[in-house]
Write a protein that binds this ligand. Structure first.
Ligand code: SF4
Ligand code: SF4
Ligand code: SF4
Length: 319
């Protein structure tokens, strides 16, 4: 009997999801025994034409990480959708836009101006900018065309499953691979590689019933963070109450607030809106001016509440 065919692809991503895939360590040998990895540009010399030559539906499962930032990402999303029986949006970039999605706070022009002309480390006296086609005496050279804004995978093609995390943790990846290899996946549309409830439910810190905060602080501003007490109770922003469980509350165990990389918990449509409301309601004051002053002290609210989720949120981007 032939082995199932597996593909792993990156679009607008940092490569961390591929590292996480390899982080299953020696279990990769079990994956290799049970499946043929037919396409994975990060670890194998496979070309786009190899995929183009495959029959439709020939790949059994494709783990697609990365967001849709340019026309190459879109081409590969459409191609891999056509060639794969099961397409999994793998990691936060594919499911929600993640860090590349923060580019939706500006425009394509704004990004090019900053990166090629204004960044302090830049030395670009000739004011060169990337072009999608450059003519040379040996022929045309091409680069992907940037889109105006970042989209999630399910905003451009139909997907079968979503697996959140920046990156998903190795244990959850292995659970999902086992489910794939034993053909034991849940119904289409499910969020996989997660646990029920929220990061707070996995977090071992002691939580107070009624949280009240006079001032929000960043971790480096606290002389000694209590390792047992809820970070929010200590005035440190933590997105755990609205974030889907699955990572084992990794960040809070090293005194860092959860930043929400596992995406919105069940029943939450817009994680940033939910968090901003929850945090504002904790302020210990009835005076609207004082509440506004305390909330305004939270640095970079979009980067705090929508760090991983802007393109996938209701707001989506700055218009
Ligand atoms: S989800 Fe995180 S680790 Fe994965 S590609 Fe995106 S930024 Fe990198
Ligand atoms: S530290 Fe964060 S994740 Fe842990 S209980 Fe408090 S709010 Fe929840
Ligand atoms: S604690 Fe939050 S930010 Fe950290 S890994 Fe878990 S879900 Fe992601």
């Amino acid at each position: 009997m032939s082995k199932p065919k597996l593909a792993v692809y990156w679009a607008a991503s940092c490569g961390g999801c591929e590292i996480a895939f390899l982080d299953i360590r020696e279990k990769i040998i079990e994956v290799d025994k049970a499946a043929d990895i037919v396409f994975c540009p990060c670890i194998m010399d496979t070309k786009y034409k190899d995929v183009e030559e495959m029959a439709n539906g020939e790949i059994d499962v494709c783990l697609f990480n990365g967001a849709i930032r340019n026309d190459e990402n879109l081409h590969m999303a459409r191609l891999l959708r056509k060639k794969s029986k099961i397409l999994v949006a793998f990691g936060s970039c594919a499911t929600e836009g993640c860090i590349p999605g923060l580019g939706n706070l500006t425009t394509k022009r704004g990004i090019i101006d900053y990166v090629y002309h204004q960044a302090p480390s830049n030395d670009n006296k000739s004011k060169t900018e990337p072009k999608s086609v450059t003519k040379t005496k040996n022929g045309d050279l091409s680069l992907p065309e940037l889109f105006s804004y970042v989209r999630t995978l399910d905003q451009v093609v139909d997907i079968d499953y979503r697996m959140p995390g920046c990156p998903p943790v190795a244990d959850q990846i292995w659970n999902v691979l086992e489910a794939v290899l034993s053909e034991n996946l849940p119904p289409k549309g499910a969020v996989i590689g997660v646990n029920p409830k929220t990061v707070c439910d996995e977090c071992p810190r002691e939580k107070s019933e009624d949280k009240v905060v006079k001032k929000f602080v960043r971790p480096h501003m606290v002389k000694e963070i209590d390792p047992d007490k809820c970070l929010l109770d200590q005035g440190i922003i933590c997105n755990g109450p609205a974030t889907r469980a699955g990572c084992g509350a990794l960040c809070t165990q090293v005194n860092l607030g959860c930043r929400g990389c596992y995406g919105p918990a069940e029943g939450i449509d817009d994680i940033g809106g939910k968090l901003a409301g929850a945090i504002a309601s904790m302020v210990d004051s009835n005076d609207p001016e004082e509440i506004e002053k305390i909330v305004n002290e939270i640095p970079d609210p979009v980067g705090t509440f929508y760090r991983f989720n802007l393109p996938g949120s209701i707001i989506g981007r700055k218009i």
